[in-house]
Design a protein around this ligand. Structure first.
Ligand SMILES: Cc1cc2nc3c(=O)[nH]c(=O)nc-3n(C[C@H](O)[C@H](O)[C@H](O)COP(=O)(O)OP(=O)(O)OC[C@H]3O[C@@H](n4cnc5c(N)ncnc54)[C@H](O)[C@@H]3O)c2cc1C
Length: 207
């Protein structure tokens, strides 16, 4: 455990990033395990905006593919219920970046100034007025689907085959960039069935 104590379990189900898991494990001799490969991630700055505007481009979720604009994606949550009239809109503006990028380390006021300039560049809104905002930063949010990903993942998972009671599931067990919450839930159910069949068949329905 993080405080140095040890707890024993019959089996472990892991959903944390595989590199973090390897960092937590020790060999039988008590030595740290050196990862056999690296994995690269993009981080995400999420800025939730409470806004008014006179007009907005239609769409729940708009991806911006431009080298000239740092915004990656804008989600308009009000568009999930387009027929309801609202007194304000909630937008989520995301900037996907590296932790080494200048913008990742911007303070809140600099970030907001920068963001408003970037939103203007998109031409998606007419007379946008930001009333309130909340900023969240998620480090290493998205695994980069680079050409080495499959190979790196195999090398890292191979390092864990000796841990017979260790099960790995969830987003880290998948190569798909579009792995969503429904996939994580489905994988959890499938793994629970697999484990039940192996260890507790008495819990399964008799038919
Ligand atoms: C910005 C963003 C937006 C997304 N939007 C959508 C969406 O709109 N719809 C959708 O379906 N999916 C979306 N996803 C994907 C979705 O969140 C994932 O597919 C899903 O959460 C995967 O579930 P999981 O349990 O495998 O992993 P996670 O939900 O990532 O859970 C892993 C957990 O491990 C914890 N953890 C990490 N390291 C350690 C450690 N060392 N020790 C202890 N705990 C640790 C993390 O804090 C986290 O709680 C989005 C993901 C991101 C990052």
């Amino acid at each position: 455990m993080a405080d140095g104590t040890t707890k024993e379990y019959d089996l472990i189900i892991c959903t944390i990033p595989v590199l973090s898991l390897i960092g937590l494990l020790k060999t039988q001799e008590g030595l740290s395990i050196i990862p056999h490969a690296a994995m690269n991630f993009r981080s995400d700055i999420l800025v939730y905006l409470k806004v008014h505007f006179d007009q907005a481009a239609e769409g729940q979720c708009i991806y911006i593919y431009s080298d000239l604009i740092k915004i990656t994606r804008i989600t308009n949550f009000n568009e999930f219920k387009p027929d309801e009239s609202d007194t304000f809109n909630i937008l989520l503006v995301e900037i996907w970046c590296d932790k080494t990028d200048l913008i990742w380390n911007y303070g809140d006021s600099d970030l907001m100034l920068f963001l408003e300039q970037e939103i203007k560049k998109t031409n998606l809104y007419i007379n946008l007025n930001v009333i309130d905002h909340t900023i969240k930063k998620v480090a290493d949010a998205f695994q980069i689907p680079d050409l080495d990903l499959e190979d790196s993942r195999t090398k890292l998972l191979d390092q864990l085959v000796g841990f017979r009671n260790l099960y790995i599931t969830g987003r880290i067990a998948s190569l798909h960039f579009n792995y969503g919450m429904e996939n994580a839930i489905e994988d959890g159910i499938i793994l629970a069935e697999e484990i039940t069949k192996k260890y507790r068949t008495d819990l399964l329905p008799s038919d």
